[in-house]
Design a protein around this ligand. Sequence first.
Ligand code: KG4
Ligand code: ZN
Length: 333
Amino acid sequence: MSVIILAIESSCDDTSAAIIKDGVVLSNCVANQEVHKLYGGVVPEVASRAHQENIIPVVEMALKKANIQKEELSAVAFTRGPGLIGSLIVGVSFSKAFAMSLGIPMIEVNHMQAHVLAHFAEDPKPSFPFLCLTVSGGHTQIVLVKDHLNMKVLGQTIDDAAGEAFDKTGKLLGLDYPAGPLIDKMAKNGTAKFDFPEPQVQGINFSFSGLKTAILYFLKREIKENPAFITENIEDICASVQDRIVTILMKKLRKAARQSGIKEIAIAGGVSANSGLRNTLKEWGEKEGWNTYIPSFQYCTDNAGMIGVTGYYKFLNNDFTSHDAVPVARYQI
Ligand code: KG4
Ligand code: ZN
C-alpha cells in the first residue's frame, strides 16, 4: 500500500503544506508573508497570526493540487522545531487536530534535518556519507550526513547566520526584508571591489557579526565623504558583500571536505538560492574533484516538501510522535 503524507511547515514566516506519496512530492504549496516587509524583519506575533489565516487554505490547495482526498492520508508530518515558538505552535496544533480527526499517526520533523533531506526530493541524489552546508536565515552549519536520519553537525556559526548577514546588511543599505535575494540580484551588475574582513574563527565554525559591524563602519565613513555613496555604489557594495559571505562559507566547506576526505558535497537552506554561492560551489567543486548537489529554488527556502520527504523516511523507520508533542524552539539535529 502507498504511504501518503501531508506535511506542514510553519517555523518562521512561510506557511507551507505538501503531499508526498511514497517519497515523491506531488504538491508543495507555500504562502509567503509579505507583511513583514513593513517592519524590516519577521515580527513573531504577526507571523503566527498570518500562519493561522493561511494554514487551512494552503492545506486545501496542497490536497487539491495532488488530487488526494484527506481520507487517503497515512500520516501527518510537521516541523517541531527549531523556529519561532508562536509560528511552530500553529503548525503543531493544526497537525494534531488533523491527525486525531483522521485517526492517523503524526511524525515530528527537525527543520534543519529537512533542509538537508530536500536533496532527496529530486535527482540527482547525493550518496552517503556526504557533507551539507546548510545556510538559512537562522542557521549556518556544516553537517556530516551518514544516512537519511543519522546526521552530525561538524561546525556552525558562533553568532549570526549567513542569511542574517545578508538581511542585516540589506537593512543598512535601505533594502526591504528579506534582503538576500535583492543583494543577489544587484550583485550581478556589480564588481566586488570593496574589501571586507574575513573573520578568524577556529575549526570549521563561522562568525558573521564582525562583518556586519565592518560594513556599518565602512558605510558611515564613506557617507561622510559622499552622502550619495550608497545609491551611487549599490551594485558594487552588494557584489562585495556577497563575495565575502560566499568565500567565508566556501573556505570552511573546503576545509571540512579536505579534513574528512568526503567528495559528495551539498548545499541547502534559503541562502543556497544565492547565485554567487551556487556558481562558486560548482567552480571549486571542479577543482577539488567533488560531486556537487544544489537544490532547485523551490527546495532551497522553507517548504513543506522537504518536511514530507523527511517524514517519509521516519515513517519507514516507524518513528512516530505522540499526540501530546509540543514545539521546540531550539531543536538540535
Ligand atoms: O531557509 P529559509 O527560507 O528560512 C529559514 O529557515 O531561515 O532562509 C531564509 C534566508 C533569508 O535570510 C534570505 O535573505 C535568504 O535565505 N535568501 C538568500 C537568497 N534567497 C533567500 N540569501 C542570499 N541570496 C539569495 N538569493
Ligand atoms: Zn529554513
